[in-house]
Design a protein around this ligand. Structure first.
Ligand SMILES: Cc1cc2nc3c(=O)[nH]c(=O)nc-3n(C[C@H](O)[C@H](O)[C@H](O)COP(=O)(O)OP(=O)(O)OC[C@H]3O[C@@H](n4cnc5c(N)ncnc54)[C@H](O)[C@@H]3O)c2cc1C
Length: 350
């Protein structure tokens, strides 16, 4: 995968770096190059075109229906690789209504947490080395009695991003440019959720839970990213100004009180995790660490089961990548795509 990324324009150091980093600004060019290579081989990309329905006969894919600017089209096919990502909620609902088997999954929720990058680099490397080394990353994890708390998608020199995908709902994520040259480090600090929060027997239960969190986050500041300083979160007090540093976001933001988005149990696990991480990185739980809500897309809320041939019990349907629940992150989603394509190719050649 890494070689493929480099072939299409990613920086060469990802081939030997232990934590490969492409950067959002360079990744967009890489994706364009991959698309052009697919087109040169005869593939076709239909932008702004939605898979609106799968045509299924006798539990076998027979085609798909697409929608573009209100125009419905049909494509006949016996095979469909379904790689829709983890946020295609309308499509999950559509597939479920058509009888495609799926299961709710456990995942994790929390806040994006910002610190000054210089502070993180000094804590990780020491003052002297921090002056010459690239911005430091970190990875933190705590296995609590009931819940796992961990850092996710850590972005050195990055930005908090408004990554919402539905009207009236709000979700955040993080990104770094190739240079990782912003003044802040950020990561999601997330708490594992599952049966206690939603019904795992309801295949759409985790999606409903995600939506309820994202609605609360949206309503807090009328669609702006709601933020709070860590000390104020602990004392359940609305934040009124930043501390020693300001937030760096893509999208508007506003200080508020984030209490009440999650249950008290999750809030307590989050605070416990932050204090535990403070023992690993001194000052991690500093009072002016900035929290942004909500992180609700750490992995897919559903799994679309598949057998050893990578097919659903709807034959010809190949659930693939992060949305199908078999990957988390760019590289593992890409590797899952390769696995599905290889298995598909092998069967086609028989
Ligand atoms: C801001 C941000 C930062 C991230 N940073 C990182 C990072 O640093 N490292 C990392 O490893 N991961 C990161 N991720 C996660 C990463 O983007 C995903 O893990 C990865 O893209 C999953 O790949 P995928 O191909 O399974 O799904 P996706 O990349 O989500 O692709 C799914 C595609 O299917 C399309 N689609 C959905 N439904 C339909 C339909 N009905 N009809 C037609 N098309 C449809 C979607 O529009 C989308 O283009 C980040 C995500 C975000 C949002």
């Amino acid at each position: 995968m890494l070689e493929t990324f480099v072939k299409y324009g990613a920086p060469e150091e990802i081939l030997y770096d232990a934590k490969p980093h492409i950067g959002t600004d360079r990744l967009t060019g890489v994706i364009g190059n991959i698309r052009r290579a697919i087109e040169e081989k005869g593939g076709e990309v239909r932008f702004q075109t939605r898979l609106s329905r799968i045509i299924i006969e006798s539990s076998h894919v027979r085609g798909i229906e697409t929608e573009h600017n209100g125009v419905i089209d049909q494509i006949e096919t016996d095979d469909l690789i379904l790689a829709i990502g983890h946020s295609a909620r309308d499509t999950f609902y559509q597939l479920y209504s058509q009888g495609v088997p799926m299961q709710a999954k456990e995942f994790a929720v929390g806040f994006r947490v910002e610190h000054p990058q210089d502070f993180i680099s000094r804590a990780q490397y020491g003052d002297q080395a921090a002056a010459v080394l690239p911005p430091a990353p970190y990875r933190l994890s705590m296995n609590g009695e009931r819940r796992h708390v961990y850092s996710f998608c850590m972005c050195p020199g990055g930005y908090v991003v408004n990554a919402s995908s539905e009207q009236g709902l709000l979700a955040v994520n993080g990104m770094s440019d190739y240079a990782r040259d912003s003044a802040n480090a950020n990561s999601a600090i997330v708490v594992s959720v599952g049966e206690g929060e939603y019904d795992l027997n309801d295949p759409l239960g985790a999606i409903k839970y995600q939506r309820s969190l994202e609605k609360r986050a949206y309503d807090l500041c009328d669609g702006l990213i709601p933020q709070q300083l860590f000390a104020d979160f602990v004392s359940d007090k609305e934040s009124s100004c930043y501390g020693d540093f300001e937030s760096l976001t893509k999208g508007g933001h506003k200080l508020t009180n984030l209490r009440g988005i999650f249950s008290p149990d999750i809030e307590n696990a989050f605070i416990e995790g932050m204090n535990y991480f403070d023992k690993r990185i001194k000052g991690f739980a500093r009072p002016d660490a900035i929290l942004s809500g909500v992180e609700s897309r750490t992995s897919s809320p559903v799994r679309i089961p598949r057998d050893s041939s990578f097919q659903s019990s709807i034959r010809g349907l190949y659930p693939c990548g992060e949305g199908a629940g078999y990957a988390g992150g760019i590289t593992s989603a890409a590797m899952d795509g390769v696995r599905v394509a290889e298995s598909f190719e092998m069967r086609a050649s028989l």
